[in-house]
Design a protein around this ligand. Sequence first.
Ligand code: R7I
Ligand code: MG
Ligand code: MG
Length: 304
Amino acid sequence: MTSIDKYKGCFLGLAVGDAFGAPYEGGLLERLLWKAIGKTRDGKLRYTDDTQMAIDLAESFLHNSAIEQDHLAYRFAQSYQWSRGYGPSTSRLLKLIKKGKNWRDANKKKFKTGSFGNGAAMRAPILAMCFPSNTLALLNNVTKSAEITHAHPLGIEGAKLIALATQAAFRDLENEAILMKLLHQCQSRIYKNKITFCAEALNRSEKKIKEIKRNLGNGIAAPQSCVTAIYFSLKFRDQKFESMLSQIFTLGGDVDTIASMAGAIWGAFNGASTLEEKSKSLEQSQEITWLAKTLFLKQHHSLF
Ligand code: R7I
Ligand code: MG
Ligand code: MG
């Protein structure tokens, strides 16, 4: 059963995965840059765009008691800072919104059918906290959140898979049941094949990290990272958070986002206790914990 501890675990898992994964993201240049800007003045680890957009989504939902696309788009744009490491088309879009452009006109400027980057998926665990019991409402609101920045069907589908995996983790479903649910949701062959590989990899002997990378991917496109994160969260759900992180670090590529999505699902299974210690070195960790707690109280005790 879901609990306040699971909500805190999910949000802290997302933020800790992101901040601890960020120094390993990308190539040499990105890593050197993060070395220079990856800490706050008081020595805390900075989080990246993944956590910032998750915070924006939670705050916008708490403000409106719904996903209001115009409000959310404006909130994303107001929070934009280049130094959080946003993806290229998201950066461009948020700058245009900041200048007063409507997101509906601006979000297909770079890619005609919208972006299929993993930016909508990385904030999708928050939607599982906003809509914990009604799966149809969850999926509809994942689409509403994704459409602003990632309108491509593959970007939306990846976000749905992450949201559903998080919802299933709150409910402590078995891996097999989770993967069946995800398979049922898949519309495209690319995700179907990856979920099928993920099920085989979890059932059979140890898979080498190279094989996981080759078959599931480690890139910033949603089809190259969402199922990868799901695989790690299910494989390590009964093991230490640190063991999962160290495997994701060796994967390379989009480490912050894969660790963030896997961390959120891991935290939804396991709660916050082991993450609280780690989160002491993270910026804004008390605010993040407060948001998780408030989302829980809103959804489970009708406080607002
Ligand atoms: O998805 P997004 O917001 O951010 C993704 C990553 C995460 O790892 C963050 O941590 C941050 O580091 O960035 O970024 P987008 O710019 O929307 O998409 C990411 C990339 O996906 C783009 O730069 C493209 O390379 C690719 N991409 C596409 N390529 C071709 N055609 C996304 N959509 C398309 C497309 O339609
Ligand atoms: Mg990032
Ligand atoms: Mg990333």
